[in-house]
Each structure stands twice: as C-alpha cells, then as structure tokens.
Design a protein around this ligand. Structure first.
Ligand SMILES: Cc1cc2nc3c(=O)[nH]c(=O)nc-3n(C[C@H](O)[C@H](O)[C@H](O)COP(=O)(O)O)c2cc1C
Length: 189
C-alpha cells in the first residue's frame, strides 16, 4: 500500500508532536511525507497538477496536523481548496480519488475527557471532524478512524514517544474499519 502523508503544521521547527511524527513517518518504507508549509511557502500556493499527480499514485492519504481552533491550521484548508478541484475530486468526471482511503492524524492540546458534552470542549472529536469525513464521502474516499493524541501540549515525552509506534501502526494498518471502531475509541490521552 502506498501512503501519502500531508503534514500541515505552520512551523515544524517549533513543533514537538508533529515534527516527531513527521520525522518518524518519513523513515517508513511506502510512505511519502510532504510538509505543506514548506511546499506552499508563506502564501500557501500549491501547484494543483503536482499535488494531484501525487494523490493519484497512492492508495491512502493521511492528513497530519495539530488541532487549531477545532480544525486544522490554514495551510491544509489552502491545500484542499486548491487541489480538490471540480473534474478531479468531484463532479461528473471528478473520480480520481474514488476508492482511496483518508486517515487523519491529529494532536490536540485538550485532554481526552474534555471532548464530550458538558465538558470543556463540549463536543466529541468525531463531531469536530465531520467536515473532513464529508470531504471523504464527497470525493468517494473511505474515511477511516483517525489517530488522535490528546494532551499533546503537556510535553510529556513518555506519552509522545509512545505515540510514534502507535501512529505508524495505525496509518499503515490494512485492518482499519470505520464501522468496527468509533473514532473516539482511538483517542489517546
Ligand atoms: C492557534 C492555536 C489553536 C489551538 N487550538 C486548539 C484547539 O482548538 N483544541 C485543542 O485541544 N488544542 C488547541 N491548540 C493546541 C495544539 O493542538 C497543540 O499545541 C498541538 O497539538 C501541539 O502540537 P505540536 O507540538 O506539533 O505543535 C491550539 C494551539 C494553537 C497554537
């Protein structure tokens, strides 16, 4: 299985979790990693033909990012807007992503228990992530359970180090099944 990891962090040099993940995933055979901030530059401009050609080569796309204001950093939105175009990703002839898989890999500052009704963040991660899920549905991709590392700001190296093999195992697994595992069951604190 060929996997493309799109890393969307505004500055990996200041990152703890996402830099560690990016570096570890870059060393795995069969995975292509792409630092979207480095590719798009300060203006977040992408060449759709280049990005689309990469997407066509792979079976699974992983969107990796820190959770910012209940969504992704803006570089990922810029990439989605510029690359998932009519006639490529959707529309009568836009079938190029059909049958591919989408996996999210996210670090959050908030702890796992804060993502539920009545708690600090009020909603579950599954609820916050529905725009990504619907993007997968709209483009004919299979939306697989996300990998979520909570409390990522605690700089807890043990927790962070443990997340690396878990992340690699998750994103390379051929046994991910959306119906079998609810996304929140995947969350790590
Ligand atoms: C602008 C900004 C917005 C953030 N919004 C959230 C948020 O909505 N929920 C949350 O749990 N953490 C939030 N955080 C915390 C980040 O998710 C956390 O710092 C990040 O996952 C750590 O990853 P890194 O070490 O790769 O930067 C935010 C951080 C920043 C800088």
């Amino acid at each position: 299985m060929n996997i493309l990891v799109l890393t969307a962090h505004p500055d990996l040099s200041t990152s703890t979790a996402n830099r560690k993940w990016f570096e570890a995933l870059s060393d795995v055979d069969g995975i292509i990693t792409r630092d979207l901030t480095a590719v798009g530059g300060p203006e977040m401009r992408f060449n759709p033909s280049v990005e689309q050609a990469l997407l066509e080569q792979v079976d699974r796309v992983v969107l990796q990012f820190p959770f910012y204001w209940y969504s992704s950093p803006p570089v990922l939105k810029a990439w989605l807007d510029q690359v998932l175009l009519f006639g490529f990703a959707y529309g009568p002839d836009g079938k190029n992503l059909r049958g591919k898989e989408l996996v999210l890999a996210i670090s959050t500052g908030g702890p796992a228990e804060s993502f539920q009704p009545g708690a600090f963040n009020s909603f579950t991660m599954s609820e916050f992530l529905t725009p990504f899920q619907q993007t997968a549905l709209m483009t004919g991709m299979s939306y697989l359970p996300p990998f979520v590392l909570h409390s990522a700001m605690s700089r807890d190296q043990t927790n962070l180090n443990a997340s690396v093999p878990a992340l690699i195992s998750h994103v390379t697994s051929t046994r991910l099944n959306y119906n079998a595992k609810l996304p929140d069951a995947e969350s790590r604190q």
